[in-house]
Design a binder for this molecule. Sequence first.
Ligand code: GLU
Ligand code: MG
Length: 463
Amino acid sequence: MLDQEATTGAPQAAAQTLDLDLAAAGVAGVTIVWADNNGIPRSRTVPVDQFGAAAARGVGVTPLFAVFDSHDTITFDHPPLATPSGDIRLVPVTDRLVHLAGQPSFAWVPGRQVAADGSPWPYDQRGALERQVARAAALGLELRAGYEIEFHLSAAGDDAPDPRPVYAGPSYGPTKLLAVDAFSGQLLRDLHRNGVPVGQFHGEYGPGQYELNIAPADPVTAADRQLLTRQTIHAAARAHGLRASFAPLVTPGHVGNGWHLHTSIARDGEHLLSGGDGPAGLTADGAAYIAGLLRDLPAIVAVTAPSLSSLQRLRPGYWSGAYTCWGVENREAALRLVPSTALLGPAHANVELKPSDAAANPYLALAVVIAAGLAGIEDGLTLPDPVQEDPGTWNDLRRAEHGVHRLPTTVQQQLTALLDNPRVRAALGEELTDAFRAVRASDAARAADLDPADVVRSYRWLY
Ligand code: GLU
Ligand code: MG
């Protein structure tokens, strides 16, 4: 990893030094990446001799990326962004620059979007997360986050209607990694060299499905790494004749790809999800954090699993968290508390959000999770008893008695949950909330006449 000083506003000499350092390392171009409101990475690449200038002033991009839908249609249904006029600046976050191990001619850097005059741009997703991190800090609270990334591998060039999984052997078996041995080795090496710490890598449950867990970090770093990890997986897959799909559902009827989002929270170094008197060792504030997530879950999931492919993934019985409940190590609960134990220590405790996937913008997903959790603490919420069974096996009456509901199953239900929720809206800001709404509505209109299997296929290669 190349560590460069932030050079925004730096004199030209510093900009030239940055370019020369990169060129000496063999970099030909620097790709500046952000994720849009569909969770799709978008980018601009500058040749290496232009990077110093780009670092100082950003590169120009259309403001309309905020209203690109999942299939690159620009919706003009959000009045402030309803014309093709205007320009914003995409500014690389230079201290996050990485010389890509799997693409040695390129460096990668996350970008922040600012207005043409350099002032904050209300649609900048990374900025929305930075605001929530700052809000937590003002309350004396600190969060850690980590993404799990499930993905599907098939042979590149397999244009069968549903791509054949690269391997269909036993779930979690070592032969599943052996089947993609060269890819796996390169992937782990490249992630290490790209500065992404990995917890585990394994063959997952579904045919051709694999999973990689990124170690926890501060929230903005966790989201940056989630984007970098996608790029690293795609590069390693292509190098070995494979194609990776991160889609929430790759093949109708199969298990989906969850990108479960783990968070933990601490005050002055004291972990709030362990060492307390509450269930599974929760402190009162730790319980309130989870209660905040539970209260706002339908609106959160409208952001963390927002696509039509996401909606088809969220089914009872698939460990994707289709019901609004929390449980201790319950893999059917939308919120799974992973408690600490004497063996694992207090820092291990975290809460996993299962209805979260690659269609989520990683910054917005964390922003709304943190906003809801902080609100739970501020409001002193208490948690209901954990659900330790599969609520999908209960009847409606029993679910109602436990306050357990199916998460929204349609775009309209998701949007209603989002727009009716003042905390989640505030976390996004009014402009971004309405742009997000417009994009979701555009996706839904496109899918209106497609059958569900074709909808799933149309999302397969987007992320
Ligand atoms: N593949 C499941 C999902 O869609 C998750 C399986 C697991 O818990 O690892 O979220
Ligand atoms: Mg998994």
